[in-house]
Design a protein around this ligand. Structure first.
Ligand code: A3P
Length: 279
């Protein structure tokens, strides 16, 4: 364990300073009905969490408007085991932590896992805006510097390719693709519901699409910002719901940088998927 570029490094993984007490994250006891939502940051985690929470709580939109962070156990900051043990079932966990920092039993068939995946170019643009709003470790480089860090596997929780590869191959994992949620929300949410053991009617799916729309979630932005932890980490002008689109990368990438990311996808990522880069 050590620090580098103002970040924590543990087992070769670059972690935000706010991530600590990793012994907790590794050692708690899983229940058969636990659900994990895992992702590389800026891939659509918040959107997916909202959907998963609603689907597992009878589409209780009013209830979802209370602070989401309290209802989904975010493992990264190091939650004491008694808090985890006392939580009601089914427990929902969220993590960006790489697989090796989670309990070994997550690898078993019986635990449901959802992995959120987004095309890496848009994910990097989103990351760029996010890193620039950090209180500590503010990113002051140019966009191309971030692409270089990505290529070297040195963005938070990186390398991205091993993060993706380790989660997508786990049994009982539903891969939710950000671009699918945008382009074919109906089908995608219906499948997510089935994975979670809920047969959603067409009107229920429609309801979910509406109450998790970018516009609707952006209206509730203050609930994410009101969290006290938030102000320690982020500047007040952070825009959490920024654009919510496919293809913003074209405003940031030149050809060389675009090729660098393509090469990472081709050569380093083992998982074969055709990322959607166009709206
Ligand atoms: P942009 O910065 O490209 O707008 P995460 O939740 O993993 O941090 O991901 C954040 C990204 O998801 C941001 O992308 C954010 O705007 C987008 N996002 C969040 N909620 C969304 C929604 N309901 N619809 C579309 N995009 C959403």
């Amino acid at each position: 364990e050590g620090t580098k570029n103002g970040m924590k490094v543990r087992d070769g993984i670059f972690l935000p300073n706010g991530v600590r007490n990793l012994s907790y994250s590794k050692c708690f006891k899983l229940r058969d009905d636990d659900i994990f939502v895992s992702s590389f940051p800026k891939s659509g985690t918040t959107w997916t969490n909202e959907l998963v929470w609603l689907i597992t709580h009878n589409l209780d939109y009013e209830g979802s408007q209370n602070n989401l962070e309290k209802k989904i156990i975010w493992l990264d900051p190091g939650i004491p085991t008694n808090v985890i043990d006392d939580a009601d079932s089914p427990r929902l966990f969220k993590n960006h932590l790489p697989l090796q920092f989670l309990p070994d039993d997550i690898r078993t068939e019986k635990i449901k896992k959802i992995y959120v995946l987004r095309n890496p170019k848009d994910m990097l643009v989103s990351t760029f805006h996010f890193y620039r709003k950090l209180v500590k470790d503010e990113f002051i480089g140019e966009f191309k510097d971030l692409v270089n860090l990505f290529e070297e596997g040195k963005t938070w929780y990186g390398p991205w390719w091993s993060h993706v590869d380790s989660f997508v191959e786990l049994p009982n994992t539903f891969i939710i693709v950000y671009e699918d949620l945008i382009k074919k929300p109906f089908e995608t949410i219906k499948c997510l519901g089935e994975f979670l053991g809920k047969k959603l009617s067409d009107s229920q799916v429609q309801f979910l699409i509406e109450c998790t729309s970018f516009k609707k979630m952006k209206e509730g932005e203050s609930k994410f910002k009101s969290d006290a932890k938030h102000s320690n980490f982020f500047k007040s002008d952070l825009v959490f719901f920024r654009k919510g689109e496919i293809g913003d990368w074209k405003n940031y990438f030149d050809e060389e940088n675009s090729r660098k990311v393509d090469a990472v996808v081709e050569k380093k990522l083992k998982f074969k998927i055709n990322f959607i880069y166009e709206n």
